[in-house]
Ligand binder design. Structure first.
Ligand code: NI
Length: 136
């Protein structure tokens, strides 16, 4: 069979503050700079969800990307979009909401819920910064 990876990109907007309560204000400022702003700041996040599988010889698809979109919307986007990631999201409670930590939470939300193998999630925090996670 022929294995191909297909990817769907989705968007959400959210606020956060990078801050470690156990550290001093000076240390937080040194570590996180503007991202430690006490009243939060926002990002327009983009996520790219990749699944892999055999190409169906009849449809020519690995999977209908519309199905991937619907599942990511219901499992991830509704949870994170227009939320404060420090305060509003149970799965991020007590976690410093860096892109690294957010992408791992997104993986856990999607693991086992997609009709093909989840192989990679890319999370763009700005047009210049992204992280990627493959479940390791
Ligand atoms: Ni930020």
């Amino acid at each position: 069979m022929t294995k191909v990876t297909v990817t769907r990109r989705l968007h959400f907007s959210a606020a956060h503050r990078l801050h470690i309560p156990d550290l001093s204000d000076a240390d937080n400022q040194r570590l996180f700079g503007l991202c430690d702003n006490p009243n939060y700041h926002g990002h327009n996040y983009e996520i790219e969800v990749s699944v892999s599988g055999d190409v169906d010889p009849q449809t020519g698809y690995v999977v209908d990307l519309g199905t991937i979109k619907e599942i990511v919307e219901s499992e991830v986007i509704t949870l994170l979009d227009h939320k404060n990631l420090n305060l509003d999201v149970e799965q991020l409670r007590g976690v410093n909401p860096t892109a690294e930590n957010i992408v791992v939470v997104i993986w856990k939300l999607l693991e086992g819920k997609l009709p093909s193998d989840l192989t990679k999630i890319v999370l763009w925090e700005t047009p210049r910064n992204y992280v990627e996670y493959t479940g390791d």
